[in-house]
Design a protein around this ligand. Structure first.
Ligand SMILES: [Zn+2]
Length: 454
């Protein structure tokens, strides 16, 4: 049978023209033509896609700021990045002394100055807005008796005016918060901080800076809590009935070797109430014992790193090692203090040095355990580049240029602190749910109350 097969003898040897071959060849040509057309279409399509891809890349490159915003990425320029970050993660500072400024400069007369206009201090509303501040702890501070020219005696029993003056500090803080309701909003919980920020307000929390302000009494702690106080620093620069202080640039003579027996009870009561244990200003031994005893996370509301600048007021590495979320560690946040005498040798304090403290602490504890506690209005001078509350973006920009990403920076500016506040709230709710009763312990050096065995 004749076939169209090339090897069929009827078609002659290959190469010789015949109909069958010619027919076959024309089919090949048609096929090749189709293939050529397809190749052209492919090439054109590929070209168009390549051009579109390159155009997209170029526009991404030139419009990165705008495109990246949707993806949450930060601009390359550190200053722009800092401002962008702070729009969604504003600063929540652990320690600002505005109430002390009102007391020491204006005798608590809140009509004597206007926070909407420049103040001679580090804080006013225009600068808070420029610095993208979303909240801060208003430190309600009164001096240690000795620093106020008073002597409360070896057992801290002689009456001073510390409790009255603390109430006045709480009062002046609240009067100021209420005087500018379009700017400030009192906050007593982590949720209230978040909702104040969401409303465009500056969340205003209260912190008592030293247990010498408690009048040796756990009842006073409970009443401060009722008034909205959410942290108590265990000491200021003096020892008190509850704990030893770390002194100032150098340590002072200790009285208890850390916490007193009532100091342990104070921590238990703070845990039960939901008042944050603040370890700034304490002696190293006080801090170690408090970390061992607390059931709740802690803060250092305004403390820097001793390894970076060796003064007693800063936190040493072996204590930083105790902070974390792994086994045996305590969750907490060390909020870096800007005070020049704590961060560097004289004349050398600047943004970079403060960033060195942040970096050093983060290297030991992890970035989830560092925050900002400027001490503005409580310090006489300021680092170069961090002159007042308008300058936080400079520090954020410095850390961004050192490789901190937006999540880490958001932790630093406020989220780490919010996590700790929420943790303290959970512990308090848990202790209260388990029926842990209020601590009724009385300072054993007191003789004005009958002894009643607990
Ligand atoms: Zn302080």
């Amino acid at each position: 049978m004749a076939t169209n097969g090339e090897r069929d003898p009827l078609l002659g040897p290959p190469g010789e023209p015949n109909f069958a071959r010619d027919t076959d060849l024309s089919e090949h040509a048609a096929k090749r033509a189709v293939e050529r057309r397809a190749a052209v279409i492919r090439a054109v399509t590929h070209g168009v896609l390549t051009v579109a891809f390159v155009a997209a890349l170029l526009s991404m490159f030139f419009l990165w700021d705008k495109v990246g915003r949707f993806a949450g990425a930060l601009p390359k320029d550190p200053e722009k990045a800092a401002h962008r970050l702070l729009e969604s993660a504003p600063v929540i500072d652990g320690h600002i002394d505005l109430p002390e400024f009102a007391r020491s400069v204006y005798g608590n007369n809140i009509t004597a100055f206007d926070l909407n206009t420049p103040t001679p201090g580090h804080v006013d509303i225009p600068r808070l807005k420029k610095g993208q501040v979303g909240g801060f702890f208003w430190s309600v501070f009164v001096n240690c008796p000795a620093h106020a020219g008073l002597d409360d005696g070896p057992d801290f029993l002689k009456a001073t005016w510390r409790v009255r003056d603390t109430l006045e500090q709480i009062d002046v803080a609240k009067l100021l918060i209420n005087r500018y309701p379009e700017t400030f909003q009192l906050a007593t919980t982590s949720d209230e901080v978040k909702s104040a920020i969401a409303d465009g307000k500056i969340a205003s929390l209260l912190g008592v800076e030293g247990a010498h302000q408690l009048g040796n009494s756990l009842a006073v702690l409970r009443q401060y809590h009722e008034l909205g106080v959410r942290y108590v620093t265990l000491t200021h620069m003096c020892n008190n009935a509850f704990a030893d202080s770390g002194g100032y640039l150098t340590p002072i003579e200790t009285k208890w070797g850390g916490l007193s027996p009532l100091g342990y009870k104070l921590i238990e009561e703070m845990n039960r109430l939901g008042v944050i244990v603040d370890l700034s200003h304490t002696s190293d031994e006080t801090a170690r014992q408090a970390l061992k005893h607390t059931k709740a996370p802690v803060i250092w509301s305004h403390s820097s790193a001793r390894s970076v600048h060796n003064v007693a007021r800063n936190v040493p590495d072996d204590i930083l090692e105790l902070v974390g979320t792994t086994d045996g560690k305590v969750d907490g946040v060390i909020m870096v203090n800007f005070a020049p005498q704590f961060v560097a040798d004289e004349g050398k304090a600047n943004v970079q040095v403060v960033a060195d403290h942040v970096d050093h602490i983060a290297n030991i504890t992890g970035k989830a355990h560092v925050g900002l506690g400027s001490d503005y209005d409580g310090i006489e001078s300021t680092p170069e580049g961090l002159e007042d509350v308008s300058k936080y973006p400079a520090l954020v920009a410095e850390l961004y240029s050192r490789g901190w990403n937006r999540f880490e920076l958001a932790g630093l500016t406020g989220r780490n602190l919010l996590r700790v506040i929420a943790g303290v709230e959970r512990v308090a709710a848990n202790l209260q749910a388990h029926g842990v009763p209020p601590a009724l312990d009385i300072y054993d050096k007191r003789t004005d109350l009958p002894k009643y065995e607990l």
